[in-house]
Design a protein around this ligand. Structure first.
Ligand SMILES: [Fe+2]
Ligand SMILES: [Fe+2]
Length: 282
């Protein structure tokens, strides 16, 4: 069985600073990393699905790099709308070789960073496909036609090997209106690619800072909560609300016989306890 952990929306800022002067996202990420390092069975790898820092600044990536050095599990990262793809690639993707990484051109680039970070991790019984949905200078996400063609061809090259796609922006509308305003543009285009490749077990996402699931065609897409700060479950249109719910990580179990089973694990959850009726069974 493969154990795939997920961290997302860490929103780390410079060392010694708090996010919005109120949330210590760096310490919360450190706690999430300690939580993952202590898990048994230990995860085989960790996917980081974007918004790793808050403002894309080098000093924030320095702080993130320092914190992630404490993770003793291999990490695979893709950018979110708060990230700079070239920073993510330079600092956290050195272990990807030329066959794994494909940095495609952006047809719509408006900043100096004109690359996207899309790649495949071949694990034998499972393939992990990272997609960069970030758009320079935008909060919303998009996959351009180069990326969609690459996804289609990549999935088509191994139709019998189960695959997991991971990306920042979820390809569905969540019902939290102010977050949906920065959703994935033309998610139907990605859905039509996924519909041609039923071996995709799931699309693992971030961006919304809450646990959410939806079917995209016949493919399950899931949003993992943030390690640092959660968005309020506001379905009445109330905008910009955050809520002090615990930081969390995702835990995705995969075996060819059982397929994919996904859990959310809250960081700092209390130690499990055993009720009296069960003690005599031990
Ligand atoms: Fe985020
Ligand atoms: Fe985001």
């Amino acid at each position: 069985m493969l154990v795939i952990a997920q961290i997302t929306d860490c929103h780390v800022v410079e060392a010694g600073r708090l996010l919005y002067d109120s949330v210590d996202t760096a310490t919360r990420l450190e706690h999430a990393i300690a939580h993952l390092n202590a898990m048994r069975p230990k995860p085989d790898l960790v996917l980081a699905t974007g918004d790793l820092v808050n403002d894309g600044l080098p000093a924030q990536y320095d702080n993130l790099e320092r914190i992630l050095a404490g993770l003793d599990i291999p990490l695979y990262a893709i950018p979110g709308n708060h990230d700079i793809p070239s920073e993510v690639r330079a600092r956290f993707c050195q272990h990807l070789d030329a066959h794994q990484a494909d940095v495609g051109p952006r047809s719509r680039a408006r900043s100096g960073d004109t690359s996207s970070l899309d790649y495949v991790v071949e694990l034998g019984e499972l393939r992990l496909i990272g997609l960069d949905t970030s758009v320079p200078n935008e909060n919303g996400g998009q996959l351009n036609h180069h990326q969609l063609s690459w996804l289609d061809a990549t999935l088509g090259a191994a139709p019998d090997v189960p695959a997991i796609v991971f990306q920042h922006h979820p390809p569905f509308v969540t019902g939290i209106a102010w977050m949906d305003e920065s959703g994935l543009a033309d998610s139907a285009a990605e859905a039509s690619v996924l519909a041609r490749h039923p071996q995709v077990a799931a699309v693992l996402c971030g961006h919304i800072h809450r646990p959410i699931q939806s079917l995209v065609g016949a493919t399950l897409a899931m949003v993992c909560p943030s390690t640092g700060v959660q968005v309020a479950l506001a379905l009445d249109g109330t905008p910009y609300g955050y809520v002090d719910e615990p930081g969390s990580v995702g835990l995705h179990l995969f075996a060819p016989e059982t397929g994919l089973v996904s859990h959310i694990s809250q960081v700092g959850s209390p130690t499990p306890w055993i009720p009296p009726w069960a003690r005599e069974l031990l």
